[in-house]
Write a protein that binds this ligand. Structure first.
Ligand code: NA7
Length: 560
């Protein structure tokens, strides 16, 4: 099927498959597996040289998952569950990448993936009922359906600081960290950014650097991970109840289990009771939910939220020796805890007690420009050998909008999303038939255990493809009305909480010019699954399923 055809691209391919897939991270791999199970042909394109997505790219020191490894695992294969052994409660990037490679090998998934190939456009031909992808390698691929598995945090953002090109040292971005070892020991290192990434990297960098200067714009809350090794026996025990776990996890708010579900509001406990409870949870550590899940109203009641936030601020002051540094690290009163992603850390605040670490508040003293030897703020100059950007991502929409996605009749994703990323269930966009997004904006995605929601979305799409096949349909579209209703519902749900308040990547505030919209669905994974099930039970309510004439190119996927 492959032919070298495109002038100027010696290795260019043309290809036709039932389903085109963009991305070969956790989502792309599971889609390929699922399609193959159904006897459907697939072609996936991946910009990286290998599988892994997030865990391929984010190789920075300290990178690790913040959901328990045993729950951040695929659930589709009993053999895979039984044979893989995690070594840590929160697996490191390298262990995660080994796992993903193991999955790709075990299920022979690489043969459907074209690596080192970035998709540049995706165009739907309404008459032929076909998606056509073009790539930066000159490939052209057609398929009846197109599934975007491009990730939620996969378009790295680097601020456009004047003078950057003049820097004479080594400059790295955490999201594109080199594959070869970066020598950090004995170096003067500067790092910009104190989000989840900076908070993971800073303690590890500080251990190796001669001196580490941290440039913080917004002080973040973080709580202890308390990472630890896990034994084979512990994992065996978890696996022995896997069916029960999987059933349970699909009825949870965020696709994770193993912590007490809050049953009362904060003010139902006395100050002494809740302090004792916070202390217990702080000591246990782990799970994003450890502090946010203490009481039912932390995410919705500003006063309750402030009490948890104050507990964390007190911890910062207890931990950090220098009161001025502690004050800089303590998040401001107008930042509800959890409204920016709440990371879990290993010795983050403790790191600021080291003599080789300096914290610079660049909100008070903004970065003016990068110099050949470092960086200049309004009032001081800093010199480094290495400068690191931990400045985040154009989250949730960046990777999708980087591709020219449109129909031949003129609907363009860039236009459809000019006022925010409207979608039906975060799965489909009205106006783009046969086009699916895994963990798209409007779905629980980044507010959940990503692997669980990846599996849910993929299974849901596969069931839909089975359904249309049986019914003899070959075109699937979300209706504008269903999309509008969903967007409105998602907006209402978010606005009833404290979540949209912060200038976070959840609302796109980190990207200059990005329309401010709270992008993830914050109604809970359990509620989301129930809605998806009801929509199916109602004969795919909100979707128009139809049949177009069969073309010579189309697969025999739709039933005759
Ligand atoms: P985040 O959470 O977006 O953090 C980026 C950090 O970079 C944050 O502290 C930003 O400050 C800072 N930043 C961005 N631009 C600048 C400039 N121009 N000057 C100074 N500081 C800047 O990204 P992460 O990679 O840490 O985490 C993203 C997600 O990946 C994470 O939530 C997990 O889900 C995995 P700000 O807060 O905007 O003031």
């Amino acid at each position: 099927m492959f032919q070298a055809s495109n002038i100027g691209h010696e290795n260019a391919d043309t290809h036709h498959a039932d389903v085109l897939v963009v991305g070969a991270g956790l989502a792309g791999l599971y889609i390929l597996y699922s399609l193959r199970q159904r006897g459907l042909t697939a072609r996936a394109f991946e910009a990286a040289s290998d599988v892994g997505g997030t865990w391929y790219w984010n190789r920075y020191p300290g990178a690790r998952v913040d959901v328990d490894s045993v729950q951040y695992s695929y659930n589709f294969s009993d053999e895979l569950i039984r044979e893989w052994v995690w070594t840590e409660k929160f697996a490191s990037q390298s262990e995660l990448l080994r796992y993903i490679n193991h999955v790709a090998d075990r299920f022979d998934l690489r043969r459907d993936i074209r690596f080192n190939t970035r998709v540049t456009s995706a165009v739907f031909d309404e008459n032929a009922n076909l998606w056509s992808l073009k790539t930066d390698q000159g490939d052209i691929a057609t398929g009846s359906y197109c599934i975007m598995a491009t990730g939620s945090l996969s378009a790295p953002f680097k601020p456009n600081l004047p003078g950057l090109e003049s820097f004479g040292g080594d400059c790295y971005q955490t999201a594109t960290w080199p594959h070869e070892e970066v020598k950090l020991s004995g170096k003067r290192i500067g790092i910009i950014g104190t989000g989840s990434t900076g908070i993971q990297a800073i303690p590890v960098l500080a251990e190796q650097a001669k001196h580490l200067t941290v440039f913080q714009r917004t002080a973040q809350y973080t709580t202890p991970a308390r990472n630890k090794p896990i034994t084979v026996e512990e994992q065996r025990e978890f696996n022995s109840c896997h069916a029960e776990y999987y059933n349970k996890v699909r009825h949870t708010f965020s696709g994770v289990t193993g912590f007490p579900i809050p049953t009362k509001c904060l003010h139902e406990d006395t100050p002494e009771e809740r302090l004792a409870y916070f202390e217990k949870r702080w000591k246990e550590g782990g799970m994003l939910q450890s502090m946010l899940g203490t009481y039912t109203d932390i995410n919705i009641n500003a006063k309750a939220n402030e009490i948890v936030a104050n507990f964390v601020r007190d911890k910062i002051h207890e931990t950090v020796n220098d009161p001025e540094v502690a004050a800089l690290l303590a998040p401001s009163k107008d930042l509800p805890i959890g409204s920016k992603r709440l990371p879990i850390d290993t010795d983050y605040y403790e790191t600021y007690n080291r003599k080789n670490v300096t914290l610079v508040d660049v909100r008070r003293d903004p970065i003016e420009h990068i110099t050949p030897t470092g960086l200049k703020t309004g009032s001081a100059e800093y010199n480094f050998d290495i400068l690191i950007f931990a400045t985040g991502f154009d989250a949730m929409t960046g990777a999708l909008l980087a591709i020219d996605i449109r129909t031949e009749s003129g609907a363009r994703l860039q236009d459809l999303w000019s006022q925010g990323p409207d979608s039906y269930l975060g799965l489909m966009v009205a106006g783009l038939p046969n086009f699916f997004i895994i963990n798209g904006p409007g779905s629980p995605s980044v507010k959940s255990n990503m692997i669980i929601t990846i599996e849910h979305h993929t299974d849901w799409i596969m069931d839909l493809l089975d359904y249309v096949s049986v019914k003899g349909f070959d075109r699937i579209e979300a209706t504008k009305q269903a999309q509008n209703d969903w967007v409105e519902h998602a907006r209402e749900v978010a606005e009833a909480t404290l979540m949209p308040i912060a200038d976070s990547w959840y609302v796109g505030a980190n990207i200059p010019g990005k329309k401010r919209v709270y992008m993830p669905y914050f109604g809970g994974f359990d509620r989301y699954c129930k809605t998806c099930d009801e929509i199916v039970a109602d004969g795919y309510r909100g979707f128009t399923l139809s049949r177009l004439k069969k073309t010579k190119n189309s697969s025999n996927f739709a039933a005759e």
